[in-house]
Write a protein that binds this ligand. Structure first.
Ligand SMILES: Nc1ncnc2c1ncn2[C@@H]1O[C@H](COP(=O)(O)OP(=O)(O)OP(=O)(O)O)[C@@H](O)[C@H]1O
Ligand SMILES: [Mg+2]
Length: 307
């Protein structure tokens, strides 16, 4: 925390979208047609939901992203602002269609299937136009990037590195993000990225990811928890057992909580346990954001499970 400041501040750079969540009895039944158990329209996206997590936990969160000048974009911004996320750095680009997904959630397992337009939003080195306001990075206690809008992310990460500000990364692919990787201090990726790197999601994947230079690398394994490599040792943290409704956004929330913890200067093992707890609580409700707890709720849950 910066001297004299009460709240930690985190910047997230990446994607924001709108999710149409459809809770169905079983995914196998969808092709035959079935009644929905529940429906929700809610903002999503890796960096965006991570920043909502930071805000719920009591931190100051700022999102850098690009949206279209459309109704979806308005809804995405409105919800972020209602959550207390600073959207002053969100670009609204003419001709861009704001990202959206339809998500089918299995009522029995909480596992989900994404249906989305065939558009690669913000991939590669694209920049939404104007140069990023790098002076804002100096105000942050930690930075999170998700592999979208890298034309902003790379200079921001370089700036953070020079200033000694910790950086976290959530990537859903390695290819195309090579310029980001050496600038990430805490690299946490989902199972399919581990498989992209090493053909498996175990120790070999952690070692392959560590080559990029992060001080901690991790692979999240959904209901099987997370494995991570820190100080040359491998750890496995099982997921907390909860009544799962929807796992959408579990990784986004995990990253938001982890970045919050790092911004607070918590050691890696504490940050991991805290993030697992926050992500597990998220899974108990429909939508990527509905179940994100406050700091007090997360701490109470952790205490009840570790006592
Ligand atoms: N069923 C579950 N029960 C408890 N915790 C879970 C469950 N699923 C996920 N989690 C927690 O959330 C973390 C991240 O989940 P996961 O590996 O599914 O992320 P992801 O694939 O990036 O998801 P998304 O892209 O939807 O955010 C896990 O490591 C675990 O701590
Ligand atoms: Mg993810």
């Amino acid at each position: 925390m910066r001297p004299g400041q009460g709240r930690i501040k985190v910047i997230g750079i990446g994607v924001a979208c709108l999710d149409y969540l459809l809770l169905v009895p079983r995914l196998e039944e969808v092709a035959r047609g079935c009644a929905l158990r529940d429906f929700r329209m809610q903002g999503g996206g890796m960096a965006a939901t991570a920043m909502v997590t930071v805000a719920r936990l009591g931190g100051e969160a700022q999102l850098w992203t690009a949206l279209g000048q459309d109704r979806h974009g308005d809804l995405i911004i409105e919800e972020l602002q209602n959550e207390g996320v600073d959207t002053s750095q969100v670009a609204r680009l003419p001709g861009l269609r704001s990202p959206f997904n339809f998500i089918l959630v299995d009522g029995a397992t909480g596992e989900r299937v994404f249906l989305h337009p065939d558009v690669d939003w913000g991939r590669g080195n694209v920049t939404p136009g104007a140069s990023p306001a790098l002076a804002l990075v100096d105000e942050a206690d930690a930075l999170l990037v998700d592999g979208h809008w890298n034309g902003w992310a790379v200079p921001a990460l370089q700036h953070a590195r020079r200033a000694g500000i910790p950086t976290c990364g959530d990537l859903n692919r390695i290819a195309g993000n090579e310029n980001l990787l050496p600038l990430i201090d805490y690299l946490i990726v989902p199972r399919h990225v581990a498989e992209e790197v090493a053909g498996e999601a175990g120790v070999q994947a952690l070692e392959s990811l560590a080559v990029f230079g992060a001080k901690l690398v991790a692979v999240t394994l959904g209901s099987e928890g997370v494995i991570y490599l820190c100080d040359r040792k491998v750890y496995h943290l099982p997921a907390f057992s909860v009544k799962v409704v929807d796992t959408t956004g579990a990784g986004d929330v995990f990253h938001g909580a982890f970045t919050y913890a790092i911004a607070r200067g918590w050691p890696p093992h504490r940050a991991m346990a805290f993030s697992s707890a926050v992500a597990a609580l998220k899974c108990t409700q429909l939508g990527g954001r509905t179940g994100i707890p406050t700091l007090a709720q997360a701490e109470e849950f952790l205490e009840s499970r570790t006592a």
